[in-house]
Design a protein around this ligand. Structure first.
Ligand code: FMN
Length: 429
């Protein structure tokens, strides 16, 4: 016999499922269009060893609209099947589905936000030669109709069945592959191979490590604007000129170099530009320079969207960055490692994010050292010192899961939910 409670619960589940039934198909937009058309676009940075599938899926549950793979070495990727297997795993459900608010006006630096910007302006001569106004022109929306991105259907659903406002649009998130290459042809080869699985390619012009510099990749490209432009053109020649190619750069201590790099890349047809507001020689403990970031954004003159990166630890940092740099999107790296739900407004990792990560990690499969390291980053603010020491000494996934269970985490509960809930990403069945 069905008890009144059971039947009430079944009715409620049916009502809730019905609420999700009429959702429109999420729009699939090129990253450039997402950045241009929506107010608040949040990005997960490329992170060697860390921005892999389970972590990308996790942050996409918490208002992170665009994610990046870790830096992939283009030559290796083309040459070796083993490299391809280890560098890229993806799933049709890793991209989130979001309600996004259309932009009301182009991004702009709020008056008075950056007192120091005047001092950084390196030359006014540029404006004399350039017929365009120095202020941001309204963004030109380029609707790319022929992209090669993943068109497989997704079963993901947005966080709520009803749009938060009457203007909200339902949009599918995007995945960019970040690649490092010392030349254009290798990059084009790798782009061709990876294209069916991703929504665009980002060129790493910011890796500061010595080995990378010696190989002619990463920061070695910051002062080689013609080579960067050649890479962009090579990929476009191979993939079609509309195919999205972006660059991620660091600011240069000599800002004329930044300007030259940005202008040359724009002339080559780059689709958006991400700027990390530290120079090649600055450690990640040095504060990021919002002034230099704003300068780099100003060099772009609104021709393509921009994303700012560096020291983003909470939503207030994100607002500040948008306000003071006039960017279209903001990117976090260490902030998301410490708190994957940062962009959803949590001030530290919520318990459900840990539970979701464990389920995602176990379902997708994640090597123990990375699984363990991610959890250590996420839980750092929850642990006192002896707990950290104990947790860091654990040596298998079973030990980690058992330990977290003793701390009250219930991973199983997240799996015992109806299918529609699973499709929201709260559980993988
Ligand atoms: C563990 C780790 C791995 C990183 N790997 C990459 C990478 O593969 N490609 C890249 O462009 N930057 C990489 N970076 C730099 C970040 O993308 C980001 O630019 C930098 O950490 C500054 O952002 P943050 O202040 O939010 O951490 C890495 C940073 C960290 C901490």
């Amino acid at each position: 016999m069905i008890s009144p409670e059971t039947s009430a619960a079944a009715d409620m589940a049916e009502d809730t499922a019905a609420a999700w039934a009429d959702l429109p198909t999420p729009e699939r937009l090129p990253v450039r269009t997402m950045l241009e058309e929506f107010e608040t676009v949040n990005v997960l940075a490329p992170l060697v060893r860390c921005s892999k599938l389970p972590f990308r899926h996790l942050v996409s549950l918490y208002e992170t609209h665009i994610t990046h793979t870790p830096m992939i070495l283009a030559e290796e990727f083309s040459r070796s099947q083993q490299a391809r297997v280890s560098d890229l795993s993806t799933s049709s459900d890793e991209r989130g589905v979001f309600w996004m608010e259309p932009r009301r006006h182009p991004p702009r630096v709020e008056p008075g936000a950056l007192g120091a910007l005047e001092a950084l302006r390196i030359s006014d001569e540029r404006d004399a030669d350039d017929p365009r106004p120095p202020s941001y022109p309204p963004p030109t929306t380029v609707r790319v109709t022929k992209t090669l991105h993943d068109t497989r259907p997704t079963s993901r659903l947005p966080p709520t069945p009803t749009p938060p406002t009457q203007n909200s649009r339902l949009v599918r998130g995007a995945l960019l592959a970040q690649m490092a290459s010392p030349n254009g042809p290798s990059l084009a080869d790798a782009a061709e191979l990876i294209a069916p699985h991703i929504d665009g390619l980002d060129i790493n012009c910011g890796c500061p490590q010595r080995w990378a510099y010696a190989e002619g990749i990463g920061c070695a490209l910051l002062r080689k604007p013609e080579l960067v432009a050649d890479m962009v053109r090579c990929v476009h020649d191979r993939m079609g000129w509309e195919w999205p190619v972006s660059i991620k750069i660091r600011v240069d201590p000599d800002l004329r170099r930044t300007e030259q790099l940005v202008r040359t890349a724009l002339a080559a047809g780059v689709s958006h530009i991400t700027v990390h507001g530290r120079t090649r020689h600055q450690a990640s403990t040095d504060p990021v320079s919002l002034d230099k970031l704003a300068f780099a954004v100003e060099c772009v003159r609104g021709e393509v969207p921009t994303v700012a990166n560096g020291d983003l630890w909470d939503l207030e940092d994100a607002h500040k960055m948008r306000r003071e740099c006039g960017v279209h999107g903001v990117m976090a790296a260490r902030g998301l490692l410490a708190n994957p739900a940062l962009f959803a407004g949590y001030d530290r990792t919520p318990v459900h994010a840990v539970e979701n990560f464990v389920n995602l990690g176990l379902d997708y499969g994640f090597i123990f050292s990375l699984f363990h390291r991610h959890l250590a980053y996420m839980l750092e603010s929850h642990f006192v010192k002896p707990e950290k020491t104990y947790f860091n000494a654990l040596s298998s996934s079973v030990q980690v899961v058992e330990y977290l269970q003793t701390r009250g985490l219930d991973f199983g509960a997240r799996r015992k939910v109806p299918m529609w809930d699973a499709r929201r990403g709260y559980s993988l069945l």
